[in-house]
Unconditional design. Structure first.
Lengths: 510, 86
Protein backbone atom coordinates (compact mmCIF):
# COMPACT_ATOMS: atom_id res chain seq x y z
CA UNK A 1 0.00 0.00 0.00
CA UNK A 2 1.13 3.58 -0.05
CA UNK A 3 3.81 4.24 2.51
CA UNK A 4 1.46 6.33 4.66
CA UNK A 5 -0.84 3.44 5.56
CA UNK A 6 0.12 0.26 7.36
CA UNK A 7 -2.11 -2.75 7.87
CA UNK A 8 -2.64 -3.83 11.46
CA UNK A 9 -3.34 -7.36 12.70
CA UNK A 10 -6.42 -9.27 11.64
CA UNK A 11 -8.40 -11.74 13.72
CA UNK A 12 -11.62 -13.69 13.19
CA UNK A 13 -13.87 -13.97 16.20
CA UNK A 14 -15.56 -17.30 15.55
CA UNK A 15 -12.68 -19.28 14.06
CA UNK A 16 -9.95 -17.79 16.24
CA UNK A 17 -7.67 -17.40 13.20
CA UNK A 18 -5.41 -14.40 13.24
CA UNK A 19 -2.67 -12.90 11.08
CA UNK A 20 -0.01 -10.54 12.26
CA UNK A 21 0.86 -7.41 10.30
CA UNK A 22 3.86 -9.25 8.91
CA UNK A 23 1.74 -12.19 7.76
CA UNK A 24 -0.77 -9.80 6.22
CA UNK A 25 1.98 -8.07 4.26
CA UNK A 26 3.32 -11.37 2.94
CA UNK A 27 -0.14 -12.59 1.99
CA UNK A 28 -1.03 -9.28 0.32
CA UNK A 29 2.11 -9.47 -1.80
CA UNK A 30 1.44 -13.09 -2.73
CA UNK A 31 -2.20 -12.48 -3.61
CA UNK A 32 -1.36 -9.36 -5.60
CA UNK A 33 1.16 -11.37 -7.54
CA UNK A 34 -1.42 -14.08 -8.19
CA UNK A 35 -4.00 -11.52 -9.31
CA UNK A 36 -1.51 -9.99 -11.71
CA UNK A 37 -0.71 -13.42 -13.11
CA UNK A 38 -4.41 -13.76 -13.92
CA UNK A 39 -4.30 -10.52 -15.83
CA UNK A 40 -5.58 -8.07 -13.22
CA UNK A 41 -4.02 -4.65 -13.61
CA UNK A 42 -4.49 -0.95 -13.25
CA UNK A 43 -7.97 0.16 -14.25
CA UNK A 44 -9.50 -3.29 -13.95
CA UNK A 45 -12.26 -4.18 -11.52
CA UNK A 46 -12.49 -7.08 -9.15
CA UNK A 47 -15.63 -8.51 -7.56
CA UNK A 48 -15.20 -10.00 -4.08
CA UNK A 49 -18.26 -12.07 -3.21
CA UNK A 50 -17.28 -12.99 0.34
CA UNK A 51 -16.69 -10.80 3.32
CA UNK A 52 -16.11 -10.59 7.05
CA UNK A 53 -13.08 -12.84 6.94
CA UNK A 54 -9.32 -12.44 6.93
CA UNK A 55 -9.02 -13.25 3.24
CA UNK A 56 -11.40 -10.45 2.30
CA UNK A 57 -9.12 -7.75 3.70
CA UNK A 58 -5.99 -9.26 2.25
CA UNK A 59 -7.59 -9.62 -1.18
CA UNK A 60 -8.93 -6.07 -1.06
CA UNK A 61 -5.51 -4.58 -0.39
CA UNK A 62 -3.86 -6.99 -2.83
CA UNK A 63 -6.21 -5.84 -5.56
CA UNK A 64 -5.24 -2.24 -4.80
CA UNK A 65 -1.60 -3.19 -5.09
CA UNK A 66 -2.41 -4.66 -8.49
CA UNK A 67 -4.03 -1.33 -9.39
CA UNK A 68 -7.61 -2.59 -9.58
CA UNK A 69 -10.82 -1.18 -8.18
CA UNK A 70 -12.75 -3.47 -5.84
CA UNK A 71 -16.48 -4.13 -5.78
CA UNK A 72 -17.51 -5.89 -2.55
CA UNK A 73 -20.67 -7.79 -3.49
CA UNK A 74 -23.41 -8.83 -1.10
CA UNK A 75 -23.61 -12.57 -1.76
CA UNK A 76 -27.25 -12.65 -0.68
CA UNK A 77 -28.09 -11.10 -4.05
CA UNK A 78 -29.65 -13.31 -6.68
CA UNK A 79 -27.72 -14.30 -9.81
CA UNK A 80 -30.06 -11.93 -11.69
CA UNK A 81 -28.90 -9.00 -9.56
CA UNK A 82 -25.22 -9.93 -9.67
CA UNK A 83 -25.37 -10.27 -13.45
CA UNK A 84 -26.86 -6.79 -13.60
CA UNK A 85 -23.99 -5.40 -11.53
CA UNK A 86 -21.44 -7.23 -13.67
CA UNK A 87 -22.97 -5.87 -16.90
CA UNK A 88 -22.50 -2.39 -15.45
CA UNK A 89 -18.91 -2.51 -14.17
CA UNK A 90 -17.53 -5.42 -16.22
CA UNK A 91 -15.23 -6.99 -13.64
CA UNK A 92 -12.23 -8.87 -14.99
CA UNK A 93 -12.10 -11.27 -12.07
CA UNK A 94 -14.53 -12.38 -9.37
CA UNK A 95 -13.32 -13.99 -6.15
CA UNK A 96 -15.51 -16.62 -4.49
CA UNK A 97 -15.20 -19.00 -1.59
CA UNK A 98 -17.21 -21.82 -0.03
CA UNK A 99 -19.73 -19.41 1.49
CA UNK A 100 -20.73 -17.97 -1.88
CA UNK A 101 -23.75 -19.67 -3.50
CA UNK A 102 -22.48 -21.50 -6.56
CA UNK A 103 -25.13 -19.86 -8.71
CA UNK A 104 -23.39 -16.50 -8.39
CA UNK A 105 -20.05 -17.78 -9.57
CA UNK A 106 -21.68 -19.71 -12.38
CA UNK A 107 -23.63 -16.64 -13.52
CA UNK A 108 -20.46 -14.56 -13.64
CA UNK A 109 -18.47 -17.26 -15.39
CA UNK A 110 -21.19 -17.48 -18.04
CA UNK A 111 -20.64 -13.78 -18.67
CA UNK A 112 -16.96 -14.30 -19.27
CA UNK A 113 -15.75 -13.11 -15.86
CA UNK A 114 -12.80 -15.11 -14.58
CA UNK A 115 -13.99 -16.69 -11.34
CA UNK A 116 -11.25 -17.59 -8.87
CA UNK A 117 -11.36 -19.20 -5.48
CA UNK A 118 -9.98 -17.42 -2.45
CA UNK A 119 -8.40 -20.74 -1.52
CA UNK A 120 -6.37 -20.93 -4.72
CA UNK A 121 -2.77 -21.66 -3.73
CA UNK A 122 -0.43 -18.77 -4.31
CA UNK A 123 3.30 -18.58 -4.32
CA UNK A 124 4.50 -17.10 -1.06
CA UNK A 125 6.54 -13.98 -1.51
CA UNK A 126 9.43 -13.89 0.97
CA UNK A 127 8.77 -11.47 3.80
CA UNK A 128 11.89 -9.50 3.02
CA UNK A 129 10.51 -8.72 -0.42
CA UNK A 130 6.86 -8.23 0.55
CA UNK A 131 7.34 -4.76 1.94
CA UNK A 132 9.30 -3.49 -0.99
CA UNK A 133 6.87 -4.45 -3.75
CA UNK A 134 5.34 -1.46 -5.45
CA UNK A 135 1.70 -0.50 -5.59
CA UNK A 136 0.24 0.12 -9.02
CA UNK A 137 -2.69 2.22 -7.83
CA UNK A 138 -2.66 5.98 -8.10
CA UNK A 139 -4.44 8.43 -5.83
CA UNK A 140 -7.27 9.22 -8.25
CA UNK A 141 -7.84 5.64 -9.40
CA UNK A 142 -11.02 3.84 -8.43
CA UNK A 143 -10.52 2.07 -5.13
CA UNK A 144 -14.02 0.96 -4.18
CA UNK A 145 -17.32 0.80 -6.00
CA UNK A 146 -20.19 0.27 -3.55
CA UNK A 147 -23.57 -0.47 -5.04
CA UNK A 148 -26.52 0.98 -3.21
CA UNK A 149 -29.73 0.85 -5.21
CA UNK A 150 -30.64 -0.31 -8.67
CA UNK A 151 -29.50 -3.92 -8.51
CA UNK A 152 -32.59 -4.88 -10.49
CA UNK A 153 -32.56 -1.94 -12.88
CA UNK A 154 -29.84 0.61 -13.40
CA UNK A 155 -27.30 -0.04 -10.65
CA UNK A 156 -26.16 2.96 -8.68
CA UNK A 157 -22.51 2.41 -7.85
CA UNK A 158 -20.80 4.91 -5.57
CA UNK A 159 -17.18 5.30 -6.72
CA UNK A 160 -14.54 6.16 -4.16
CA UNK A 161 -10.98 6.80 -5.18
CA UNK A 162 -7.95 6.25 -3.02
CA UNK A 163 -7.96 10.02 -2.54
CA UNK A 164 -11.52 10.23 -1.19
CA UNK A 165 -10.98 7.24 1.10
CA UNK A 166 -7.79 8.72 2.45
CA UNK A 167 -9.56 12.03 3.02
CA UNK A 168 -12.13 10.18 5.13
CA UNK A 169 -9.54 8.24 7.13
CA UNK A 170 -7.21 11.15 7.77
CA UNK A 171 -10.04 13.46 8.75
CA UNK A 172 -11.37 10.85 11.19
CA UNK A 173 -7.93 10.48 12.65
CA UNK A 174 -7.71 14.23 13.06
CA UNK A 175 -11.20 14.53 14.57
CA UNK A 176 -11.28 11.40 16.72
CA UNK A 177 -7.68 10.36 17.27
CA UNK A 178 -6.68 6.73 16.84
CA UNK A 179 -6.09 5.55 20.41
CA UNK A 180 -9.68 4.47 21.04
CA UNK A 181 -9.57 2.25 17.95
CA UNK A 182 -6.60 0.18 19.10
CA UNK A 183 -8.62 -3.04 19.08
CA UNK A 184 -11.68 -2.68 16.87
CA UNK A 185 -14.55 -5.13 16.56
CA UNK A 186 -16.57 -5.25 13.34
CA UNK A 187 -19.96 -6.97 13.47
CA UNK A 188 -21.20 -5.22 10.36
CA UNK A 189 -21.12 -6.50 6.77
CA UNK A 190 -18.01 -5.58 4.80
CA UNK A 191 -19.92 -5.00 1.58
CA UNK A 192 -21.26 -1.64 2.67
CA UNK A 193 -19.68 1.67 3.62
CA UNK A 194 -20.24 1.78 7.37
CA UNK A 195 -18.81 -1.66 8.08
CA UNK A 196 -16.04 -1.49 5.51
CA UNK A 197 -14.68 2.04 5.15
CA UNK A 198 -15.05 3.31 8.71
CA UNK A 199 -15.57 0.41 11.14
CA UNK A 200 -12.85 -1.73 9.53
CA UNK A 201 -10.45 -0.02 7.12
CA UNK A 202 -10.06 3.25 9.07
CA UNK A 203 -8.50 1.72 12.19
CA UNK A 204 -6.90 -1.25 10.43
CA UNK A 205 -4.98 0.77 7.85
CA UNK A 206 -3.61 2.93 10.63
CA UNK A 207 -2.02 -0.15 12.12
CA UNK A 208 -4.69 -1.02 14.70
CA UNK A 209 -5.99 -4.52 15.43
CA UNK A 210 -9.18 -5.54 13.65
CA UNK A 211 -11.37 -8.32 15.00
CA UNK A 212 -13.91 -9.36 12.41
CA UNK A 213 -17.08 -11.38 12.98
CA UNK A 214 -20.05 -12.68 11.05
CA UNK A 215 -22.52 -9.87 10.53
CA UNK A 216 -25.79 -9.78 12.45
CA UNK A 217 -25.14 -13.07 14.22
CA UNK A 218 -27.62 -13.35 17.09
CA UNK A 219 -25.30 -15.73 18.93
CA UNK A 220 -22.59 -13.11 18.97
CA UNK A 221 -24.95 -10.26 19.77
CA UNK A 222 -26.29 -12.18 22.77
CA UNK A 223 -22.72 -12.62 24.02
CA UNK A 224 -21.50 -9.15 23.15
CA UNK A 225 -20.39 -8.18 26.67
CA UNK A 226 -18.26 -11.30 27.28
CA UNK A 227 -16.85 -11.02 23.74
CA UNK A 228 -15.74 -7.46 24.41
CA UNK A 229 -14.02 -8.65 27.58
CA UNK A 230 -12.42 -11.78 26.09
CA UNK A 231 -10.94 -9.87 23.17
CA UNK A 232 -10.13 -6.60 24.96
CA UNK A 233 -12.17 -4.64 22.47
CA UNK A 234 -11.68 -0.88 22.68
CA UNK A 235 -14.07 0.17 19.89
CA UNK A 236 -17.08 -1.16 18.05
CA UNK A 237 -19.73 0.23 15.76
CA UNK A 238 -23.19 -1.10 15.15
CA UNK A 239 -26.78 -0.33 14.15
CA UNK A 240 -29.80 0.18 16.43
CA UNK A 241 -31.48 -3.12 15.56
CA UNK A 242 -28.41 -5.10 16.63
CA UNK A 243 -28.36 -3.21 19.90
CA UNK A 244 -31.98 -4.26 20.45
CA UNK A 245 -30.80 -7.85 20.84
CA UNK A 246 -27.64 -7.15 22.83
CA UNK A 247 -29.26 -4.78 25.29
CA UNK A 248 -31.99 -7.31 25.91
CA UNK A 249 -29.93 -10.43 26.21
CA UNK A 250 -26.22 -9.89 26.65
CA UNK A 251 -24.48 -9.43 29.97
CA UNK A 252 -22.65 -6.10 29.90
CA UNK A 253 -18.86 -6.03 29.62
CA UNK A 254 -17.12 -6.20 32.99
CA UNK A 255 -13.62 -5.32 31.89
CA UNK A 256 -12.51 -1.83 31.22
CA UNK A 257 -11.26 -2.21 27.66
CA UNK A 258 -14.10 -0.41 25.88
CA UNK A 259 -13.30 3.22 25.08
CA UNK A 260 -15.72 4.20 22.35
CA UNK A 261 -18.90 3.01 20.62
CA UNK A 262 -20.53 4.30 17.45
CA UNK A 263 -24.06 3.60 16.30
CA UNK A 264 -25.25 4.53 12.82
CA UNK A 265 -27.00 3.66 9.57
CA UNK A 266 -30.44 4.06 11.17
CA UNK A 267 -32.05 6.50 13.60
CA UNK A 268 -30.82 6.12 17.19
CA UNK A 269 -33.37 7.15 19.79
CA UNK A 270 -32.26 9.03 22.89
CA UNK A 271 -33.70 6.18 24.98
CA UNK A 272 -31.67 3.48 23.31
CA UNK A 273 -28.62 5.77 23.32
CA UNK A 274 -28.83 6.05 27.12
CA UNK A 275 -29.35 2.29 27.40
CA UNK A 276 -26.15 1.65 25.40
CA UNK A 277 -24.24 4.04 27.63
CA UNK A 278 -25.56 2.32 30.75
CA UNK A 279 -24.91 -1.17 29.41
CA UNK A 280 -21.38 -0.40 28.20
CA UNK A 281 -20.35 1.64 31.23
CA UNK A 282 -18.88 4.40 29.05
CA UNK A 283 -20.18 7.82 28.07
CA UNK A 284 -18.29 7.84 24.77
CA UNK A 285 -21.22 6.47 22.75
CA UNK A 286 -21.86 8.44 19.59
CA UNK A 287 -24.48 8.64 16.90
CA UNK A 288 -22.27 8.56 13.81
CA UNK A 289 -23.86 10.02 10.69
CA UNK A 290 -22.61 9.08 7.27
CA UNK A 291 -23.64 8.06 3.82
CA UNK A 292 -21.93 5.87 1.26
CA UNK A 293 -21.38 8.93 -0.94
CA UNK A 294 -19.38 10.68 1.80
CA UNK A 295 -17.34 7.53 2.57
CA UNK A 296 -19.53 6.91 5.61
CA UNK A 297 -18.95 8.76 8.94
CA UNK A 298 -19.02 12.46 8.26
CA UNK A 299 -20.42 13.82 11.54
CA UNK A 300 -20.92 12.86 15.15
CA UNK A 301 -20.07 14.10 18.59
CA UNK A 302 -16.54 14.31 19.82
CA UNK A 303 -17.26 15.31 23.38
CA UNK A 304 -18.56 13.13 26.19
CA UNK A 305 -20.34 15.91 28.07
CA UNK A 306 -23.61 15.87 26.24
CA UNK A 307 -27.00 14.35 26.81
CA UNK A 308 -28.48 12.04 24.19
CA UNK A 309 -31.35 13.56 22.25
CA UNK A 310 -33.52 12.20 19.47
CA UNK A 311 -31.92 13.19 16.18
CA UNK A 312 -28.73 14.61 17.69
CA UNK A 313 -25.65 13.93 15.61
CA UNK A 314 -23.15 16.63 16.57
CA UNK A 315 -20.28 18.21 14.67
CA UNK A 316 -18.88 17.56 11.21
CA UNK A 317 -15.84 15.32 10.92
CA UNK A 318 -13.77 16.47 7.98
CA UNK A 319 -16.73 18.17 6.37
CA UNK A 320 -18.87 21.27 6.24
CA UNK A 321 -22.64 21.00 6.61
CA UNK A 322 -25.19 23.46 5.27
CA UNK A 323 -28.93 23.36 5.75
CA UNK A 324 -30.69 24.79 2.73
CA UNK A 325 -34.31 25.39 1.88
CA UNK A 326 -34.05 23.54 -1.40
CA UNK A 327 -32.68 20.17 -2.52
CA UNK A 328 -32.37 21.50 -6.05
CA UNK A 329 -28.91 22.10 -7.42
CA UNK A 330 -29.67 25.28 -9.29
CA UNK A 331 -28.14 28.22 -7.41
CA UNK A 332 -28.46 26.46 -4.08
CA UNK A 333 -26.10 28.73 -2.23
CA UNK A 334 -27.77 32.06 -2.51
CA UNK A 335 -28.09 33.56 0.98
CA UNK A 336 -31.86 33.49 0.72
CA UNK A 337 -31.68 29.72 0.28
CA UNK A 338 -29.83 29.08 3.51
CA UNK A 339 -31.88 28.09 6.55
CA UNK A 340 -31.60 30.08 9.73
CA UNK A 341 -30.19 28.59 12.92
CA UNK A 342 -32.48 25.77 14.14
CA UNK A 343 -34.59 25.95 10.99
CA UNK A 344 -35.20 22.57 9.38
CA UNK A 345 -34.16 22.08 5.80
CA UNK A 346 -32.22 19.91 3.36
CA UNK A 347 -28.78 18.69 4.41
CA UNK A 348 -25.92 19.47 2.04
CA UNK A 349 -22.37 18.31 2.75
CA UNK A 350 -19.00 19.43 1.44
CA UNK A 351 -16.14 17.05 2.15
CA UNK A 352 -12.91 16.01 0.44
CA UNK A 353 -14.09 12.45 1.10
CA UNK A 354 -16.96 12.87 -1.34
CA UNK A 355 -17.34 10.15 -3.93
CA UNK A 356 -15.93 10.63 -7.38
CA UNK A 357 -19.45 10.05 -8.69
CA UNK A 358 -21.97 7.35 -9.56
CA UNK A 359 -20.42 4.78 -11.85
CA UNK A 360 -21.26 5.47 -15.47
CA UNK A 361 -23.95 7.99 -14.54
CA UNK A 362 -22.60 11.53 -14.90
CA UNK A 363 -26.08 13.06 -15.21
CA UNK A 364 -27.20 11.42 -11.98
CA UNK A 365 -23.99 12.60 -10.31
CA UNK A 366 -24.62 16.14 -11.52
CA UNK A 367 -28.08 16.05 -9.96
CA UNK A 368 -26.64 15.61 -6.47
CA UNK A 369 -23.38 17.54 -6.55
CA UNK A 370 -23.19 21.27 -7.05
CA UNK A 371 -19.95 23.22 -6.65
CA UNK A 372 -18.49 20.45 -4.50
CA UNK A 373 -21.60 20.29 -2.29
CA UNK A 374 -23.58 17.06 -2.10
CA UNK A 375 -27.30 16.99 -1.35
CA UNK A 376 -27.85 14.05 0.96
CA UNK A 377 -31.59 13.57 0.75
CA UNK A 378 -31.77 14.05 4.52
CA UNK A 379 -33.64 16.67 6.49
CA UNK A 380 -31.94 18.35 9.41
CA UNK A 381 -30.99 21.48 11.26
CA UNK A 382 -28.03 23.09 12.96
CA UNK A 383 -28.75 24.63 16.35
CA UNK A 384 -27.26 27.74 17.93
CA UNK A 385 -24.37 25.70 19.32
CA UNK A 386 -23.47 24.45 15.88
CA UNK A 387 -24.79 20.97 16.55
CA UNK A 388 -26.30 19.08 13.64
CA UNK A 389 -29.58 17.23 14.13
CA UNK A 390 -31.06 14.72 11.71
CA UNK A 391 -34.81 15.15 11.46
CA UNK A 392 -35.82 12.81 8.68
CA UNK A 393 -35.08 11.40 5.31
CA UNK A 394 -36.51 12.22 1.94
CA UNK A 395 -34.53 9.50 0.25
CA UNK A 396 -36.69 6.82 -1.20
CA UNK A 397 -35.41 3.93 0.87
CA UNK A 398 -36.60 1.44 3.47
CA UNK A 399 -34.21 1.08 6.37
CA UNK A 400 -34.42 -2.56 7.38
CA UNK A 401 -32.22 -2.77 10.45
CA UNK A 402 -29.51 -0.68 8.79
CA UNK A 403 -29.72 -2.46 5.45
CA UNK A 404 -31.30 -0.26 2.80
CA UNK A 405 -33.99 -1.63 0.53
CA UNK A 406 -34.95 0.63 -2.34
CA UNK A 407 -38.65 0.53 -3.27
CA UNK A 408 -37.79 1.22 -6.90
CA UNK A 409 -35.72 -1.99 -7.01
CA UNK A 410 -38.69 -4.03 -5.82
CA UNK A 411 -41.13 -2.20 -8.09
CA UNK A 412 -38.85 -2.81 -11.06
CA UNK A 413 -38.99 -6.56 -10.50
CA UNK A 414 -42.74 -6.76 -9.87
CA UNK A 415 -43.51 -4.62 -12.91
CA UNK A 416 -41.90 -7.28 -15.08
CA UNK A 417 -44.12 -10.05 -13.69
CA UNK A 418 -46.50 -11.07 -16.46
CA UNK A 419 -49.70 -10.55 -14.44
CA UNK A 420 -48.69 -7.28 -12.76
CA UNK A 421 -50.57 -4.14 -13.74
CA UNK A 422 -49.21 -1.74 -11.12
CA UNK A 423 -47.14 -1.92 -7.95
CA UNK A 424 -46.06 0.32 -5.13
CA UNK A 425 -43.51 -0.77 -2.52
CA UNK A 426 -43.42 1.05 0.79
CA UNK A 427 -42.07 0.87 4.32
CA UNK A 428 -43.95 -0.87 7.11
CA UNK A 429 -43.13 -0.69 10.80
CA UNK A 430 -41.26 -3.71 12.18
CA UNK A 431 -40.58 -4.45 15.86
CA UNK A 432 -37.17 -6.02 15.20
CA UNK A 433 -35.86 -4.13 12.17
CA UNK A 434 -37.51 -0.77 12.61
CA UNK A 435 -38.83 -0.93 9.05
CA UNK A 436 -39.65 -3.77 6.71
CA UNK A 437 -40.92 -4.06 3.15
CA UNK A 438 -44.59 -3.83 2.21
CA UNK A 439 -46.11 -3.92 -1.25
CA UNK A 440 -49.43 -3.04 -2.84
CA UNK A 441 -49.96 -4.71 -6.19
CA UNK A 442 -52.61 -4.64 -8.88
CA UNK A 443 -52.81 -7.95 -10.74
CA UNK A 444 -54.71 -9.13 -13.75
CA UNK A 445 -55.41 -12.36 -11.85
CA UNK A 446 -55.90 -12.68 -8.09
CA UNK A 447 -55.93 -16.45 -7.60
CA UNK A 448 -53.56 -18.27 -5.27
CA UNK A 449 -51.61 -19.83 -8.11
CA UNK A 450 -50.82 -16.39 -9.54
CA UNK A 451 -49.72 -15.10 -6.16
CA UNK A 452 -47.45 -18.11 -5.72
CA UNK A 453 -46.00 -17.42 -9.15
CA UNK A 454 -45.35 -13.85 -8.09
CA UNK A 455 -43.55 -15.06 -4.97
CA UNK A 456 -41.40 -17.38 -7.04
CA UNK A 457 -40.67 -14.49 -9.41
CA UNK A 458 -39.57 -12.31 -6.51
CA UNK A 459 -37.35 -15.07 -5.11
CA UNK A 460 -35.66 -15.47 -8.47
CA UNK A 461 -34.95 -11.79 -8.93
CA UNK A 462 -34.52 -10.29 -5.48
CA UNK A 463 -32.28 -11.00 -2.51
CA UNK A 464 -34.41 -12.46 0.25
CA UNK A 465 -34.11 -9.48 2.57
CA UNK A 466 -35.70 -7.27 -0.09
CA UNK A 467 -38.76 -9.45 -0.71
CA UNK A 468 -41.91 -7.75 0.63
CA UNK A 469 -43.06 -9.25 3.90
CA UNK A 470 -46.58 -7.90 3.63
CA UNK A 471 -48.58 -7.89 0.43
CA UNK A 472 -51.77 -6.09 -0.37
CA UNK A 473 -53.64 -7.00 -3.52
CA UNK A 474 -55.69 -3.99 -4.56
CA UNK A 475 -57.88 -3.07 -7.51
CA UNK A 476 -56.03 0.17 -8.14
CA UNK A 477 -53.31 2.26 -6.55
CA UNK A 478 -54.57 5.42 -4.87
CA UNK A 479 -53.34 8.68 -6.28
CA UNK A 480 -52.40 11.70 -4.25
CA UNK A 481 -53.82 15.16 -4.82
CA UNK A 482 -51.40 15.68 -7.69
CA UNK A 483 -52.57 12.58 -9.46
CA UNK A 484 -49.42 10.60 -8.73
CA UNK A 485 -48.85 7.39 -6.84
CA UNK A 486 -47.41 8.38 -3.50
CA UNK A 487 -45.83 5.68 -1.36
CA UNK A 488 -47.07 7.41 1.77
CA UNK A 489 -50.64 7.49 0.47
CA UNK A 490 -50.48 3.82 -0.48
CA UNK A 491 -49.03 2.95 2.91
CA UNK A 492 -51.86 4.78 4.66
CA UNK A 493 -54.48 2.98 2.58
CA UNK A 494 -52.95 -0.44 3.14
CA UNK A 495 -52.86 0.12 6.89
CA UNK A 496 -56.66 -0.26 6.73
CA UNK A 497 -56.64 -3.41 4.62
CA UNK A 498 -55.98 -7.05 5.36
CA UNK A 499 -52.71 -8.33 3.88
CA UNK A 500 -52.36 -11.57 1.98
CA UNK A 501 -51.80 -14.56 4.30
CA UNK A 502 -48.47 -15.52 2.77
CA UNK A 503 -47.86 -18.41 5.15
CA UNK A 504 -51.15 -20.07 4.19
CA UNK A 505 -50.61 -19.25 0.54
CA UNK A 506 -47.17 -20.78 0.34
CA UNK A 507 -47.75 -23.69 2.70
CA UNK A 508 -49.13 -26.01 0.05
CA UNK A 509 -46.10 -25.82 -2.20
CA UNK A 510 -43.46 -26.12 0.53
CA UNK B 1 -48.53 -32.80 29.45
CA UNK B 2 -51.69 -30.97 28.42
CA UNK B 3 -50.18 -27.68 29.58
CA UNK B 4 -47.03 -28.26 27.53
CA UNK B 5 -49.12 -29.14 24.49
CA UNK B 6 -51.07 -25.91 24.87
CA UNK B 7 -47.83 -23.96 25.16
CA UNK B 8 -46.47 -25.75 22.10
CA UNK B 9 -49.50 -24.94 19.98
CA UNK B 10 -49.43 -21.31 21.05
CA UNK B 11 -45.72 -21.09 20.30
CA UNK B 12 -46.22 -22.59 16.85
CA UNK B 13 -49.03 -20.11 16.19
CA UNK B 14 -46.74 -17.27 17.22
CA UNK B 15 -43.86 -18.53 15.09
CA UNK B 16 -46.21 -18.54 12.16
CA UNK B 17 -46.54 -14.77 12.48
CA UNK B 18 -42.80 -14.12 12.32
CA UNK B 19 -41.59 -16.93 10.08
CA UNK B 20 -40.32 -16.61 6.54
CA UNK B 21 -43.55 -17.26 4.63
CA UNK B 22 -42.26 -19.91 2.26
CA UNK B 23 -40.69 -22.16 4.89
CA UNK B 24 -42.82 -25.13 5.92
CA UNK B 25 -43.34 -24.69 9.64
CA UNK B 26 -45.30 -27.94 9.65
CA UNK B 27 -42.24 -29.79 8.55
CA UNK B 28 -39.90 -28.28 11.12
CA UNK B 29 -38.58 -30.81 13.59
CA UNK B 30 -39.06 -29.51 17.12
CA UNK B 31 -35.34 -30.01 17.77
CA UNK B 32 -34.25 -28.17 14.63
CA UNK B 33 -32.62 -24.78 14.94
CA UNK B 34 -35.19 -22.13 14.08
CA UNK B 35 -32.54 -19.81 12.61
CA UNK B 36 -30.30 -22.36 10.92
CA UNK B 37 -33.29 -24.10 9.34
CA UNK B 38 -34.19 -20.78 7.75
CA UNK B 39 -37.59 -20.58 9.40
CA UNK B 40 -36.81 -17.23 10.98
CA UNK B 41 -34.04 -14.72 10.52
CA UNK B 42 -31.69 -13.87 13.34
CA UNK B 43 -33.27 -10.62 14.48
CA UNK B 44 -36.62 -12.38 14.85
CA UNK B 45 -35.15 -13.89 18.05
CA UNK B 46 -35.90 -10.53 19.60
CA UNK B 47 -39.55 -11.05 18.81
CA UNK B 48 -39.46 -14.47 20.46
CA UNK B 49 -37.98 -12.84 23.55
CA UNK B 50 -40.80 -10.28 23.58
CA UNK B 51 -43.36 -13.08 23.15
CA UNK B 52 -41.93 -14.97 26.13
CA UNK B 53 -41.79 -11.83 28.25
CA UNK B 54 -45.38 -10.95 27.49
CA UNK B 55 -46.90 -14.44 27.53
CA UNK B 56 -44.92 -16.01 30.38
CA UNK B 57 -43.47 -12.98 32.19
CA UNK B 58 -39.95 -14.34 31.83
CA UNK B 59 -37.53 -11.66 33.02
CA UNK B 60 -34.63 -11.71 30.56
CA UNK B 61 -33.14 -8.58 32.08
CA UNK B 62 -32.56 -10.67 35.19
CA UNK B 63 -31.48 -13.96 33.62
CA UNK B 64 -29.89 -12.76 30.36
CA UNK B 65 -30.52 -14.67 27.14
CA UNK B 66 -28.74 -17.89 26.40
CA UNK B 67 -29.09 -18.37 22.64
CA UNK B 68 -29.35 -22.11 23.19
CA UNK B 69 -32.61 -21.53 25.10
CA UNK B 70 -34.13 -20.04 21.94
CA UNK B 71 -32.62 -22.48 19.54
CA UNK B 72 -35.60 -24.75 18.81
CA UNK B 73 -39.26 -25.25 19.67
CA UNK B 74 -38.30 -27.82 22.33
CA UNK B 75 -35.64 -25.64 23.91
CA UNK B 76 -38.09 -22.75 24.17
CA UNK B 77 -40.69 -25.01 25.80
CA UNK B 78 -38.07 -26.23 28.25
CA UNK B 79 -37.12 -22.66 29.08
CA UNK B 80 -40.78 -21.90 29.80
CA UNK B 81 -41.01 -24.98 32.03
CA UNK B 82 -37.81 -24.13 33.94
CA UNK B 83 -38.84 -20.57 34.47
CA UNK B 84 -42.28 -21.43 35.79
CA UNK B 85 -40.78 -24.02 38.14
CA UNK B 86 -38.29 -21.55 39.65
Amino acid sequence: MFADLKCGTLAELESGRSWSSQEVAVRVASRADAMRSHGLGRGDRLFILYGNKLEFFVDLVAAWHAGAGVVPVDNRLTPFEVENLARTVTPKIALVDATVPSGLGDALAAMGVKVLSSAEPTETIPAVLAHSLGCAARLDDEALILFTSGTTGVPKGVVHTHRSLRARWFSLRQSLGIECFQRTLCLLPTHFGHGLICNSLFPWLFGQDLVIASPFSPYLLLRLGPIIDEHNITFMSSVPSMWGLSLKGSKPPLGKSLRRIHCGSAPLSAHQWRQIREWSGIRAVYNAYGITETASWVAGTSRENFEPEDGLVGEPWGAAIKILKSPERQAPFADANECKVSETGYVWINTPALMQGYFGQPELTDQVISGGWFVTGDIGLVDDRGRFYLKGRERDEINKGGAKVYPTDVDAVVERFEHAIAVCTFAIADPAYGQNVGMAVVLSRHDDATLRQLHAWLKEHLAEFKIPQRWYVVDELPLNSRGKVSRNTVQELCALLKPVDLVRLLRRVS
Amino acid sequence: MAERERQRLELIEFLRTIQRPDYPLDGIDEESSLVESGLIDSLALLQIVTYLEQSYHIDFNERGIDPEDLRSVNSILELIARDSAS
